[in-house]
Design a protein around this ligand. Structure first.
Ligand SMILES: *Cc1c(COP(=O)(O)O)cnc(C)c1O
Length: 953
């Protein structure tokens, strides 16, 4: 008889929350001592205003172990049906080279990096993004490309507004070719209405169909139907009219087709998805935009440029940073902040690995498959539309289309049901001979062999066959072997500082753990290889995942409905404001167009309000950093009947729980306005307060902040919009449905669905108590850092009982005034100590905002505080005249290995202090370049790969 005592029971697995939360329970007690509280619960109750606190817990399923959650998710994934995806519509099968999948997509050195605002520690990803820009500029035949946009449809919308800024024509009409992707047209409609832009949709293959007055044109190349049209004539006609022309182009097709630039286009947009990025049920993928010379200063999103460091060595940086919405606010070119960096890097690496010959060969193979497919159909008497196509064949089967599509599905192939009489078939690099046979069978056009078809001529019009060169830079020629590629990727990532090296204490960005168990599922084929427009019975797993997340996110935020469609926080803001506008309009109050925004707000808020057709009215803050309630009253009164909304961040971007929040909500509601709470700081609320319950009507969340999607070097992200019941009807509609009250804000119904497994796994692993502990420790850690650092650097704002929320602002303005040492100097000196800088000069110029998050353990928190205190001591030595400010360890930071091992050393402090200010230690991070001259790069704008000679020997 077996007897089980408590002794021989298997030990309990360590709960995930103990892996996610850095400080152990013992360390938490030590931190509480330093802050002066006896428990985190006591601390949070003191910090969070009583009026908003909700302590009834989160109604989520109990936390499961990593093994259990992966098993659950596997059974969800198994409910998706993987098919040969030949639907087209801008989403294609692609082979991600394994060396890129494992060493970029699945490598924390790449995916845990932050946006490269600190260029000295970001040279690797900046080089990869410069490669991306070179690929896009070369293939589209235009001069300058940006470092990624959110998807093709939103990139087209950005082109629509860029064209308007670039022309003197006052007509509000934007002409759109009828052959553009349907989801692009839907997003254009959403974006056009609030700006008063009128879309004129027509068959623009014939320039005679251009309207009488218009300011810009959008064409698709090849068209959605598959047709390859020479757009030269319509572009010439538009230019003669003074209009700007954008072409939405398929990058792979451009490997064999004449480029939009050579046809005269001003702007090209599109998606880099088929360059090695899986479909992922719609995203994330890198949208792209390139422009002709003269428009580069109007490009939306980020642009990488070449500059030089203080030694004159070439170095990369984000160019024209002043264009960012942060600074321009309501005058910004767009609201894009988080973009699609990781996916742009993958696409660039795909081009580096294949090179121009490889890309040409892939494009040619795809084309030949389509030619063969079409020829086989024709030989069996099926009418195939058009003589000129690249990868898509449009077949005419009167009255039979649905049957053909169903027959193909039986054979494991998804085709596009265009209408009752037409079926679209799109080939890609994964299309096999077997797939072509299946398609023929589905059409009832069985062919026995291929040999007799192989003489069929190409279907690319002779005048459109590409003759111009592309990707001539050596980087696209030197990495053909896997060894060379592996080492190139390693060399790039070694130059960068990401969370795999140490803490990234960026305020407002929540750089917490991105657990491996959360990340692994995104590369499972059952998630990766699903087309966003696959039939519903093939996507049950995904839709369950979406449903779960909508439910759980509603629960933790106190809202009633959630849309996961927005693919960044900025897009969630836009969607939320559209919902507010639609709500007012349905109540006969469409004249309400004023959006109140506190002066401390994130720049995207103002930019989004403008996109939504609203007027921004700024509300001031008082000396404590809180919304100035008297000014709020004045602004409400001055705009009484036109008040649409207020956008507030909670806790505020000043890092405090404003006690006046309930009053703010009440005042705006009383005046007939809606309350938008920017949810970027939700990491300070989960489990303790719910915006949907304390007075807000709508929020966006940043799943790439609070819910563990890694930053990827600047994207991807997900910015779901959450609303109370009265706004639920106004959430973004399906891109292919015409009946929604509000249109879509992204190309795919669930936006970046492919990375939804990350927050799903996080929520399942943490459960309600785990999420609550994460919040508590995040707030504890910020208060611990504030307590340790406040004797050395003034903490700018505190709230209730002198406490901060989940981040704190260190005020350096006095120090700078007294010593000349700037926030920049401190940020760069932190690199020498082995840290990424905190957020600089946001929301207050001359300050550093520190957000430690719950994931950093006490050892790392102390290492950071010690570094800051040590830096303060260095500043004192500057202040006392021991070192001149212009030749101090601060002004010369970061110190490179080349500098400190140089034969000459003329600085007034020793090399050891330069390189190892916290003492010698293994694993020292060396910045690859010295401080970068930003202004030089902006004056001499270079945004594609510089020639190797630029780097000297
Ligand atoms: C990050 C952030 C945003 C923008 O979110 P993205 O996902 O980068 O577009 C908006 N508001 C605040 C306060 C933020 O911190």
């Amino acid at each position: 008889m077996t007897h089980r005592s408590s002794d021989d029971r298997a030990p309990e697995a360590t709960p995930f929350v103990r892996r996610h939360v850095g400080p152990s329970p013992d360390d938490q007690r030590r931190m509480l001592d330093a802050v002066g509280y006896t428990s985190t619960d006591e601390l949070l109750r003191a910090a969070i205003p009583e009026t908003i606190g909700a302590h009834d817990g989160l109604n989520l399923r109990p936390a499961a172990t990593e093994t259990e959650v992966i098993a659950e998710l596997r059974s969800l994934a198994a409910q998706n049906r993987r098919m040969r995806q030949m639907i087209g519509l801008g989403y294609h099968g692609t082979d991600t080279p394994a060396v890129i999948r494992r060493n970029v997509l699945e490598s924390p050195a790449w995916y845990t990096a932050y946006t490269p605002y600190q260029p000295e520690i970001s040279q690797g990803r900046l080089e990869a993004l410069l490669n991306f820009q070179t690929v896009v500029a070369d293939l589209t035949g235009l001069d300058v490309a940006g470092a990624s946009l959110l998807d093709e449809a939103t990139a087209a919308a950005e082109a629509m507004t860029l064209a308007r800024r670039a022309t003197k024509i006052t007509s509000p009409v934007f002409a759109v070719d009828a052959d553009v992707l349907p989801q692009t047209l839907a997003v254009l409609r959403t974006r056009a209405v609030p700006l008063g832009i009128e879309l004129h949709v027509a068959d623009l293959a014939d320039p005679a169909n251009l309207p009488a007055e218009y300011y810009g044109v959008l064409l698709q190349y090849p068209g959605t139907s598959g047709r390859v049209t020479d757009h030269t004539a319509v572009i010439e006609a538009a230019h003669a009219h003074g209009a700007q022309v954008a072409v939405a182009a398929d990058l792979l097709a451009l490997a064999v087709l004449r480029s939009p630039g050579e046809m005269g286009a001003d702007i090209a947009v599109g998606s880099a998805q088929r360059f090695g990025v899986p479909m992922g049920f719609g995203g994330p993928h890198a949208g792209y935009m390139s422009v002709r010379k003269g428009l580069e200063r109007m490009l939306p999103g980020r642009l990488v440029g070449v500059s030089k460091d203080v030694d004159g060595n070439p170095a990369y940086r984000l160019a024209l940073q002043t264009r960012e919405q942060h600074i321009r606010r309501e005058k910004a070119t767009s609201n894009i902040c988080t973009a699609q960096v990781l996916l742009a890097v993958i696409a660039a690496c795909y081009a580096v690995y294949h090179g121009p010959d490889g890309l040409r060969a892939i494009a040619h193979r795809v084309h030949r498959r389509a030619v063969l497919l079409a020829e086989g159909l024709r030989q069996r008497g099926i009418e195939v539309d058009g003589e000129a196509f690249f990868d898509t064949v449009l077949a005419r089967v009167p009255g039979q289309a649905a049957d053909v599509v169903a027959a193909a599905a039986e054979l494991g192939v998804n085709l596009r049901l265009v209408d009752a009489d037409h079926v679209g078939v799109t080939c890609d690099e994964t299309t096999t001979v077997g797939d072509v046979l299946s398609v023929w069978r589905a059409f009832g056009a069985e062919q026995s062999g291929f040999s007799e078809l192989e003489d069929a001529p190409d279907a690319l019009p002779a005048a459109l066959v590409r003759t111009s060169e592309y990707l001539t830079h050596p980087v696209f020629h030197e990495h053909r072997s896997e060894t060379a590629m592996l080492r190139y990727l390693r060399r790039l990532s070694d130059m960068d500082y990401a969370l795999d090296r140490g803490m990234i204490p960026l305020g407002s960005c929540t750089m917490k753990l991105n657990a491996t168990t959360e990340m692994e599922p995104i590369s499972w084929p059952d998630f990766a290889d699903i087309h966003p427009y696959a039939p519903e019975d093939q996507t049950r797993g995904y839709r369950q995942l979406v449903g779960d997340l909508e439910t759980w996110l509603s629960e933790v935020t106190g809202y009633d409905a959630v849309s996961l469609q927005p693919n960044a926080g900025s897009q969630g803001e836009f969607a939320g404001l559209l919902a507010i506008h639609a709500y007012h309009a349905d109540r006969g109050e469409s004249h309400r167009d004023v959006c109140l925004i506190p002066s401390s707000a994130h720049g995207t808020n103002a930019a989004s309000a403008v996109m939504a057709g609203m007027r921004v009215v700024v509300v001031g803050c008082d000396d404590d950093g809180n919304i100035d309630l008297a000014d709020l009253d004045r602004k409400i009164e001055a705009n009484a009947d036109r008040l649409a909304a207020i956008m507030v961040t909670y806790p505020s971007t000043h890092g405090v729980y404003e006690t006046g929040i309930s009053e703010v909500c009440a005042k705006v509601h009383d005046a007939g306005g809606q309350v938008y709470v920017d949810g970027a700081n939700l990491n300070a609320l989960l489990g303790f307060a719910k915006p949907g319950k304390f007075g807000a009507d709508v929020s966006h969340l940043n799943l790439h902040k609070t819910f563990c999607i890694p930053h990827g070097g600047g994207g991807p992200g997900i910015g779901p919009v959450a609303v109370r019941a009265h706004l639920a009807d106004y959430l973004p509609g399906h891109p292919l449905a015409a009946d929604a009250k509000v249109g879509p804000v992204a190309a795919a119904p669930y936006g970046s669905a492919g990375i939804l497994p990350i927050p799903w796994v996080y929520l399942r692993l943490m459960g309600g108590p785990g999420l609550t502990e994460a919040t508590a420790v995040a707030v504890l850690a910020a208060n611990y850092v504030a307590a340790r650092l406040s004797p050395h650097f003034p903490v700018l704002y505190t709230g209730n009982k002198g406490l901060v929320a989940h981040e704190c602002i260190l005020d350096l303005r006095g120090i700078t005034k007294d010593t000349g040492v700037t926030v920049d100097d401190v940020a760069k000196r932190l690199i020498d100590y082995g840290f990424h800088a905190p957020t600089m000069s946001f929301p207050v110029a001359g300050t550093l905002m520190v957000e430690p998050t719950e994931s950093e353990d006490l050892g790392e928190l102390d290492r950071f505080c010690d570094a800051m205190i040590s830096i303060r001591a260095e500043i004192t030595r500057v202040g006392e005249g021991e070192w001149p400010v212009a030749d101090s360890p601060l002004s010369n930071a970061p110190h490179t290995a080349a500098m400190v091992t140089g034969d000459e050393w003329t600085h007034p402090y020793p090399r050891s202090l330069a390189a190892y200010p916290a003492g010698r230690h293994a694993g020292k991070y060396w910045a690859p370049v010295r401080r970068i001259d930003g202004a030089f790069g902006d004056r001499n704008l270079t945004c594609s790969c510089p020639p190797p000679e630029a780097f000297g020997s």
